[in-house]
Design a protein around this ligand. Structure first.
Ligand SMILES: [Zn+2]
Length: 352
């Protein structure tokens, strides 16, 4: 194994650098993974979410094990795997109550040094809880959707959708498309996507939306009622991270329904509700940060069953050398969904 490797490093939103970093050394119980592809995540564009120090981009990797540490028995060199970048533990108050991802331990575990680099190290905790050998039927492209759309699945689990319910999704970027695409597995009837971009709304139709609304050109509440027999939606999922979008989303929820917050506002940004309506509307507000090992497992099984159009979700592919351009496209987010970066070159035959 060589000593140094190429890594795409975040210094600031407009400053992504290609640098040489040391290849991580593998200790007992750990594995070294050659990164075959890694997705870029919208969360990486939230400047407030980033730590000050330079950081290797990416936490949505698929790779192949190239080295195993002493004592690793469940995995071998050559295994193609997905590793969840964060991983929970069993023995804590929050974990025992099902909130694995909000236990501080979860975010303290991370792949080293990240996903958009040639090699990364996975820890014993990763291997014990949330590392999965991938069947051949799951392509590397499809596998970059595992982390983000497992988060979607995690969110849908807490919306308590009843069979036939009408679901509205506010914000049809990559995560919104995931909610559109996966909601039917939870029993959704009508699935209605809202976005200012007609390109994204067209994509939403391809991912299974039964109706689309562009609030730029029509009144969202009126259009929703028209599409839904005069009623509002039973569950509304809002991905757009602005208080105005949350206000708009709340106006779309039927009495007794659910408002699911699919992404956070920046810290310190208020979101104010009418307390009288909050009482009488009987609306449940839910949220779910990231995804735990049970979500990953559910999602991989769905993927393996052939029911997910994951390959279609990867709209752009970049060589690691072009990571700055890939990141710019992510920030602009105009006509792209998932962007995949290839640290060892884009393989022959990849679409797009
Ligand atoms: Zn992500």
């Amino acid at each position: 194994m060589k000593d140094m490797m190429t890594a795409a490093v975040y210094h600031a939103l407009d400053d992504i650098r290609i640098e040489q970093w040391p290849v991580p050394k593998v200790g007992a119980g750990e594995v070294l993974v050659k990164t075959l592809a890694c997705g870029l995540c919208g969360g990486e564009t939230m400047a407030w979410y980033k730590k000050a120090e330079p950081k290797v981009l990416g936490h949505e990797p698929v790779g192949e094990i190239v080295e195993i540490g002493a004592g690793v028995t469940d995995f071998s060199v050559g295994d193609r795997i997905f590793v969840n970048h964060h991983v929970g533990r069993i023995n804590s108050h929050l974990s025992r109550r099902g909130h694995f991802t909000r236990d501080p331990f979860y975010s303290s575990m991370r792949i080293d040094p990240g996903g958009v680099c040639e090699y990364f190290r996975a820890l014993p905790q990763h291997l014990a809880m949330d590392t999965h050998k991938l069947p051949e039927s799951i392509s590397n492209e499809a596998a970059v959707t595992i982390e983000p759309w497992s988060c979607v699945l995690s969110g849908l689990k807490v919306c308590h959708i009843q069979p036939g319910d009408t679901i509205a999704v506010v914000g049809a970027g990559f995560m919104g498309q995931g909610f559109v695409h996966l909601a039917p597995f939870f029993g959704a009837g009508k699935v209605i996507a809202l976005d200012f971009s007609d390109w994204r709304l067209q994509k939403a139709r391809e991912f299974g939306a039964t109706h689309t609304i562009n609030p730029k050109s029509e009144d969202a509440v009126e259009a929703l009622r028209e599409a839904n027999n005069g009623r509002l939606a039973d569950t509304v999922i809002v991905i757009a991270p602005f208080p105005e979008a949350w206000d708009q989303a709340l106006k779309l929820v039927e009495v007794g329904g659910c408002l699911h917050l699919g992404a956070p506002l920046a810290p310190g940004v208020d979101w104010v509700r009418d307390g009288n309506a909050a009482y009488f509307d009987q609306i449940t507000v839910t949220s779910r940060y990231s995804s735990d090992h049970t979500d990953t497992y559910s999602y991989i099984r769905l993927l393996e069953s052939g029911r997910i159009d994951a390959d279609k979700a990867v709209t752009h592919r970049f060589d690691i050398a072009d990571s700055a351009e890939a990141f710019r496209m992510l920030v602009e987010a105009e006509q792209s969904l998932k962007i995949a970066v290839y640290p060892h070159g884009i393989p022959e035959g990849s679409a797009g």
